[in-house]
Design a protein around this ligand. Structure first.
Ligand code: GDP
Length: 196
């Protein structure tokens, strides 16, 4: 497991507080409750790695996990409910600004609940990754909630939508934190980004 050594480094509320860009960073994005913390824990094989991102006061921050050769960055999500405009603006400034300007960012993982992919949140993330030419890998998580045929159909539909986007190199796969489906595939894609 290439991510077993990841440890919490710090939380950041504004771009000037970012740590030195001295190693490749992979960002994890996803609507609240999509399964992002579970996916981070599964990929790193640490039961509670991303629990820190859920502690009060940290849910709207960029949370950094670090090991010698890479960092994983847990980006804040938001829910289905209409987000108040000032909160959304603040979120956009932090997350959009990070994706735009971070020189060490090598790719963005977008976590989508396989039953509700391509939410407004996901479309906003994809827009930024297109605008700033960031590589994307989508984990369609909670794949265990669907029969295999239905899961495969969702994957094909999302792959089709991604292939129609211009200026973005975007792949997608099935994933389940509960069953560990797709964990090796995800690790392989992400270690490929680090080594590039
Ligand atoms: P986050 O808000 O995106 O970090 O989401 P969490 O990782 O906290 O997961 C939200 C809910 O979805 C929790 O109740 C998890 O147990 C559940 N969940 C997460 N991943 C999976 C999965 O792969 N399969 C199933 N069945 N449930 C999952």
């Amino acid at each position: 497991n290439p991510f077993v050594a990841a440890r919490f480094l710090l939380s950041v509320a504004a771009l000037p507080q970012l740590p030195a860009p001295d190693r490749p960073e992979i960002a994890f994005a996803g609507r609240s409750n999509a399964g992002k913390s579970s996916a981070l824990n599964t990929i790193t094989n640490k039961k509670a790695l991303a629990r820190v991102s859920k502690t009060p006061g940290r849910t709207q921050l960029l949370n950094f996990f670090e090991q010698d050769n890479a960092r994983l960055v847990d980006l804040p999500g938001y829910g289905y409910a209409k987000v108040p405009e000032p909160t959304r603006r603040q979120w956009g400034k932090l997350v959009g600004g990070y994706i735009e300007t971070r020189e060490s960012l090598v790719g963005v993982v977008i976590i989508m609940d396989i039953r509700h992919p391509l939410t407004d949140y996901d479309l906003q993330m994809l827009e930024w990754t297109q605008a700033y030419r960031r590589r994307v890998h989508v984990l369609l998580t909670k794949a265990d909630k669907l029969a295999f045929g239905a899961a495969k159909n969702q994957l094909l539909a999302v792959q089709k939508a991604l292939s129609e986007l211009e200026n973005v190199e975007a792949s997608a796969q099935l994933f389940s934190s509960h069953k560990r489906t797709g964990c090796e595939e995800a690790r392989k894609t992400l270690s490929g980004w680090i080594e590039d």
